[in-house]
Design a protein around this ligand. Sequence first.
Ligand code: FES
Length: 147
Amino acid sequence: METAPISRHDFFKLVGTSVGVILLTNCSMGCSAKGGGDPTPIDRNVDFTLRLADQANENLRAKGGYVIANDIIVAQTKDGKFIAVSASCTHEGTQLTYKVADNQFYCPLHLSRFDSTGKVLMGPATQALVQFVTVADTAAGTVRIHS
Ligand code: FES
């Protein structure tokens, strides 16, 4: 089978498009992998209780401390209040930390910041975190987190 000759213009047009597709594919795969993937949507029907006496929750006993349980970051503010929001950054899903001095949640990867209710203070994240209700029972030594 004979093929029709291809013009120089058509050849470069075809090759240029292919290279562009390859570069675009690599960039999008690389960018996504760097950030740890898309943020995982969180189940909004949440209800669990943390016992402060448990070893796993010892960081939560002190003001400024925080723990991550069930993909939710629970922190004790410097005023002794408990706050809870989804623990994955809404940009690319990196696990957040809590900065007590600013009372903010902070993403270590691209530096997004969220206030204590989960609202975006600084991007690149544009979507708020999911906020949860906390109920502290000092007599029982527990903190309940629910939707
Ligand atoms: S993953 Fe990019 S700002 Fe958090």
